[in-house]
Design a protein around this ligand. Sequence first.
Ligand SMILES: Nc1nc2c(c(=O)[nH]1)N[C@H]1C(S)=C(S)[C@@H](COP(=O)(O)OP(=O)(O)OC[C@H]3O[C@@H](n4cnc5c(=O)[nH]c(N)nc54)[C@H](O)[C@@H]3O)O[C@H]1N2
Ligand SMILES: Nc1nc2c(c(=O)[nH]1)N[C@H]1C(S)=C(S)[C@@H](COP(=O)(O)OP(=O)(O)OC[C@H]3O[C@@H](n4cnc5c(=O)[nH]c(N)nc54)[C@H](O)[C@@H]3O)O[C@H]1N2
Ligand code: SF4
Ligand SMILES: [Mo]
Length: 705
Amino acid sequence: MKRPERTIGPMPISLPTRTPVKAGTATHCPYCALQCGMNVTVDVTVGKTVTITPREDIPANAGGLCQKGWTAGELLTSGERLTTPLLYGRPVGWNEALDFVADRIRAVQEEHGPNGVAVFGGGGLTNEKAYQLGKFARMVLKTSQIDYNGRFCMSSAAAATNRAFGMDRGLPFPITDLARADAVLLAGGNVAETMPPFVRHLTAMRGRGGRLIVIDPRVTATARQADLHLQPTPGTDLALALGLLHIVITEGHVDEDYVAARTSGFDAVRTSAAAWWPERVERITGVPVAQMRVAAAILGDADRAAILTGRGAEQHAKGTDTVSAFINLALALGLPGREGSGYGCVTGQGNGQGGREHGQKADQLPGYRRIDDPAARAHVAAVWGIEPEDLPGPGRSAYELLDALGTADGPRALLLFGSNPAVSAPRAGHIAERINSLDLLVVSDLVMSETAALADVVLPTTQWAEESGTMTNLEGRVLLRRQAVAPPSGARSDLEILRGLAVRLRGAEGFSTDPREVFDELRRASAGGIADYAGITYERIVAETGVFWPCPAEDHPGTPRPFLDRFATPDGRARFVSVEHRPPEEDIDHEYPLYLTTGRVLAHYQSGAQTRRIPALNAVVSGPFVELHPDLAERLEVSSGETLRVISRRGETEGVARVNPAIRPDTVFMPFHWPGVNLLTNPALDPVSRMPEFKVCAVRVERAG
Ligand SMILES: Nc1nc2c(c(=O)[nH]1)N[C@H]1C(S)=C(S)[C@@H](COP(=O)(O)OP(=O)(O)OC[C@H]3O[C@@H](n4cnc5c(=O)[nH]c(N)nc54)[C@H](O)[C@@H]3O)O[C@H]1N2
Ligand SMILES: Nc1nc2c(c(=O)[nH]1)N[C@H]1C(S)=C(S)[C@@H](COP(=O)(O)OP(=O)(O)OC[C@H]3O[C@@H](n4cnc5c(=O)[nH]c(N)nc54)[C@H](O)[C@@H]3O)O[C@H]1N2
Ligand code: SF4
Ligand SMILES: [Mo]
């Protein structure tokens, strides 16, 4: 099938007309997994202004917000907002748009079978949307080809916690427990920029005399607050964790009673750690032996301690093994499953946790069930009123799915909800080519993202404060994000879009547009699964300031600390997993002599689709930059403010030089909030989690022009 040329002209701009639903609605932030509580007040009398104030009753932020939260209202009134469906760039009515999409889906599936159509979701979608998207893919499209951007986010931590604990819940304890710890080790997380109110829990811990250890190749805002900062070469955390375990063992810090009573598999790990003596680890990581010894002593002497990982440690082709190495360290110290202690992954997107539980993953059914498990298939098929045989099997992981688009045996059509992979996927130049080879691309978004600009059909959707739904924050606490304003006429919620397509392709039954009804079905579909929401209701969420899953019944209190008595493994023991260090998939050489690592800055969110459209945030950082050490800057003869070209084996991009002694001389850092950086990154995948190696590849840097 050949698709016509797309003529994307200037965007039709019509300022939304809106009425306030209620003044001062208690709701939650549109962005990250901290899901800070905020009150949103809309005043229609003074030019539709939106006022945001932090809520005091949500423990994660307890009265705090970051810059992005304070300015979150701006996209509600922005002229950049999409308010009409677009077909090849031409404004059309909803019926025309949905008829067109349904007809094309039918045609593609007739020619290529059910798997000819793929679905890509996002960790920012509410639980209701994520659930409905997975159901729509399996039940209406009958395709196995569905995955989502969470694969790029915390999939390595998910894989490692599943194999250690039998359950993947980002923090298996309330965030406020951190304040009670005597020590916290944070590997590859920059919470001072990525979740600023998180820092107050660490500050409270330090105020009680607790100590913070940060592992990061850069002296970040978070590292500056640490009592000890270890600054390894990117991609060497696995060796570092093995080295710390080695010292913990040789210095007698192992909690032998705990290891005997609550774990299995320590002997093999003890043996392999023996080979990771500190001097060897120093040669690989660049972290001085003395610093490793101090870190091990801080952790070993702490009565209560937590070990946390962020994307810096996880977004590697060995991310799963790296997280396993940190979990091994935590288990040897006897931390997981003890009150005030544990291992946790600092999850990313707004619904990064819930979004990974209810079926938008290639291998998953709701309730964190496996799609290849016959009992899980029978349970979910019964809730959906279909036969288990009618459910497809597992599909491709996110990068593999994007990489297969338009190929001989890959999908020919893609429906995209809540992601901007033309900017955020690794080796994005190649992914844009794959997307352009499709017969049909449909994007549901609130703004004209870079990926929406490639679409045949753009469907304008409602955003956070214009609709209600549940979000599960980084603690596994299910929250209610309430509607605070009426949506602009012209935009429809993702639930309405899915129903509109279901009606045309199969029938409306089973595709409610009422989030509460969808949630009630999700509760039944998740019942008995690992992520069991059966006992959670909208009323309870409001009355109890959120409910922690698993919560199997309405009279069940929810589970803030799931591992206190036993782990979720068959024998109730946590499993040590023996892992070995290996170098990054692409190491530096003469041609590409520097490591590139990538990440975030406070003022921008993800692909930047939302925050680049907020003037107050653009004023803080307005474009891509390259952070580099003064020694490197001197060699390149550049100073701050000059434009640099950064080149990898896959592509090149430009950014403004920021000379900063806070980074290692062998490493440059770029944020990925603007198109370009991911033209460089290496899509080498972790064998278990299928996480791409966003955090390290080899580059060359030159002065531009
Ligand atoms: N402002 C802002 N906040 C956000 C987001 C955002 O886009 N902007 N996104 C949200 C999402 S989805 C996520 S996933 C989280 C991510 O939250 P974080 O994990 O805190 O964010 P990153 O900046 O990706 O990476 C953290 C740190 O890892 C370091 N790093 C790089 N390579 C390595 C390495 O090899 N080892 C180690 N130990 N560290 C390394 C980087 O220098 C960086 O400081 O943030 C959430 N919050
Ligand atoms: N180099 C590099 N690349 C990275 C990373 C990195 O550290 N370095 N981090 C990775 C990580 S952790 C993540 S999470 C990904 C994130 O990358 P993306 O998946 O691209 O994330 P967003 O930019 O949040 O894209 C969300 C899109 O959905 C839209 N949207 C928001 N809410 C809704 C909704 O309710 N419905 C619909 N239909 N649309 C909505 C937004 O406007 C936006 O266009 O990037 C990954 N890419
Ligand atoms: S920390 Fe995250 S949830 Fe809180 S205000 Fe900032 S972006 Fe929103
Ligand atoms: Mo993420």
